[in-house]
Design a protein around this ligand. Structure first.
Ligand code: SF4
Ligand code: SF4
Length: 95
């Protein structure tokens, strides 16, 4: 993991989640690159086409903004908001 990615990771005030259509993914990594909170990484497993689909590193880092879905050229991922995050502490800055 790059240092830049690690710096983005903070527990989010609102909790999100992602749905990944694993077999539609071509492993380009755009979603990982553009996620503003560094919540994604490419998994070590392969889909049937031989690509590594993304996965959430930790759900606490995902706020459901759906930028990953916006940037995915293959509509293989989308993000959605779940609700307030019980793990968020007020002294942490929300993104
Ligand atoms: S929904 Fe937003 S925060 Fe969650 S993984 Fe996608 S881009 Fe990142
Ligand atoms: S942007 Fe889409 S195709 Fe590219 S790695 Fe992410 S989910 Fe897969």
């Amino acid at each position: 993991m790059s240092e830049a990615l690690a710096k983005k990771r903070k527990i989010q005030k609102y909790l999100g989640n992602v749905e990944v259509k694993i077999e539609h993914c071509k492993g380009c990594g755009f979603c990982v690159e553009f996620c503003p909170t560094g919540a994604l990484e490419l998994s070590k497993s392969f889909n049937k086409k031989g690509y590594h689909p993304p996965m959430l590193v930790d759900q606490n880092y995902c706020n459901g903004c759906d930028l990953c879905g916006l940037y995915c050229p293959d509509f293989a991922i989308f993000g959605f908001r779940v609700g307030p995050n019980p793990n968020f502490k007020k002294d942490e800055k929300a993104k």
